[in-house]
Design a protein around this ligand. Structure first.
Ligand code: SAM
Length: 239
């Protein structure tokens, strides 16, 4: 009998392992030569490799400062602007799109940023495995993939379990800021965050909040504006 025979499954009787639903599909996406260079030369400076162990962010940044994580930071427009405007705070981006990260690395180098790091991995795994409870001052989730078709709504990152995970990583008093240009997703964000027992809406009316001054208009938002979309901002504080 061939060696591999004992590893074969009886597919007729054994259920297939269920694939996890993820909030992204990794697109190959073409990298420019500059982005390729950024990955080779700048990833060692700004990139963080993660496994199952908790990250020691004080060690990573070499100090204990207020910490912001941006989930799905795209090409880093927001994160780079914030890190540049607030050198007294530390910023960690989590993104899976490699050309976007390449762009972020180039901007970080241009501006000589020392308070920014990036992880290239599913943010759900990173928050779950690598970020200590009550260790963050701020979490940003700006324009997450809207997955507009009904059959894809299950892919939206904002779900009750995700909200509990994010809330648990914020320190008491820490803030989760979200924005979207899809009204249906905005409603879902409001419902899910309002139902999370660890979070309190910063809107006295239990609704949306005005756009925070700190949030720059990104490429994604500009595209939404061209398509006639509105923008909904939300802000919840860890209680
Ligand atoms: C529509 S873009 C918005 C990018 C950026 N926040 C902005 O406002 O310009 C959403 C980004 O989230 C990333 N993303 C989606 N799910 C993710 C996950 N689970 N972990 C890390 N990144 C994710 C995608 O790769 C994409 O770049």
């Amino acid at each position: 009998m061939p060696d591999h025979a004992d590893t074969l499954h009886d597919t007729a009787t054994e259920p297939r392992p269920r694939r996890e639903v993820r909030s992204f599909v990794v697109r190959a996406g073409r990298m420019t030569a500059a982005q390729e260079r950024a990955w080779t030369e700048l990833w060692p400076r700004y990139g963080l490799e993660t496994g199952d162990a908790l990250l020691d962010l004080a060690d990573v940044f070499g100090r204990a400062a207020a910490r912001t994580i941006e989930i799905g930071c795209g090409n880093g427009e927001t994160l780079v602007a914030l890190a540049s405007a607030h050198p007294d705070r530390d910023y960690l981006g989590i993104e899976v799109h490699r050309p976007g990260i390449g762009h972020l690395l180039l901007r970080a180098e241009e501006l000589g940023l020392k308070n920014l790091r990036i992880v290239c991995r599913d943010a759900v795994e990173v928050l779950r495995d690598c970020i200590a409870e009550a260790s963050l001052d701020e979490v940003l989730l700006y324009f997450p993939d809207p997955w507009p078709k009904k059959r894809h709504h299950k892919r939206r990152i904002v779900q009750p379990a995700f909200m509990s995970l994010v809330a648990s990583r914020l320190r008491v008093g820490g803030v989760l800021r979200m924005a979207t240009d899809w009204q249906h997703y905005a409603t879902q964000m409001l419902e899910v965050a309002s139902a999370c027992p660890l979070l309190a809406n910063e809107s006295a009316a239990g609704e949306y909040v005005p756009r925070p001054d700190s949030r720059p208009v990104t490429r994604f938002e500009r595209r939404g504006q061209r398509l006639g979309h509105g923008t909904w901002d939300l802000s919840f504080r860890r209680s």
